[in-house]
Ligand binder design. Structure first.
Ligand code: MN
Length: 228
């Protein structure tokens, strides 16, 4: 292949206990998938169909990284989330077969420029500036399904400088992983390497430079990043 200049390297996520890397194709995110968080964002958590936004694949950041406080915001928020990595794709996937597409699970943080997201929401504009910025998707190593199965319940938490800010249970997802894959695959053709951030529990809040952010989900590797 004769490229005009060297293409960027494929973004990757680590796999727990494996030297191989998970090559990222796309990043999809579910909005408002825990009732208490939907309420804190001023929405009514009806079981309306899930809605999605995206981040660029190269927004991924490895756990253990230092993340510079991003530009253009004065309200930079953390959202701890269960992340699903797909090993197979497809279109219009049956809910009953959806989990067969899952490669593994990990802990991620949907970093958000909340001021820009809310301004966009108010004006009916796209969320990209609030959600899809550089280094907005730190992810801990993925655990293969063969190792952890399909976690359907268990504590999810995030702490800032050791103080717990978010606490929930992934069993409280309004739309579970199989349902999310089934609905998402009717809007986009899913591919191996797709990541899905499944939504955050209540307790989102601001980060400042110097904050040490840690988070976890029962049974999965913890995530740790520092804001600089
Ligand atoms: Mn989120």
């Amino acid at each position: 292949m004769n490229y005009a200049f060297t293409p960027a390297r494929a973004p990757t996520v680590a796999i727990a206990g494996d030297d191989a890397l998970f090559p990222v194709h796309r990043i999809y995110c579910v909005g408002r998938n825990y009732a208490a968080h939907a309420r804190e964002m001023g929405a009514e958590p009806e079981r309306e169909p899930p809605f999605f936004f995206t981040k660029p694949a190269d927004a991924v950041v490895a756990s253990g990284s230092a993340i510079p406080y991003p530009p253009a915001t004065e309200n930079f928020h953390h959202e701890i989330e269960l992340v699903v990595g797909l090993g197979e794709g497809g279109a219009a996937i049956d809910e009953a077969k959806a989990l067969d597409c899952v490669f593994g699970y990990g802990v991620g943080i949907d970093l958000t420029r909340r001021d820009l997201q809310l301004a966009a929401r108010e004006k009916g504009r796209p969320w990209d500036t609030g959600k899809a910025f550089d280094r907005s998707a730190p992810i801990a190593p993925l655990h293969r399904v063969q190792e952890v199965g399909h976690p359907a319940a268990g504590a999810i938490w995030l702490a800032v400088n050791g103080e717990v800010r978010q606490k929930g249970d992934i069993g409280d997802l309004i739309w579970n992983v199989a349902e999310v894959i089934a609905v998402l695959s009717r809007q986009f053709e899913l591919r191996p390497g797709d990541l899905i951030f499944t939504g955050t529990p209540a307790g989102v809040g601001p980060l400042v430079a110097g904050d040490e952010v840690t988070g976890g989900i029962e049974g999965l590797s913890e995530i740790a990043v520092v804001i600089v």
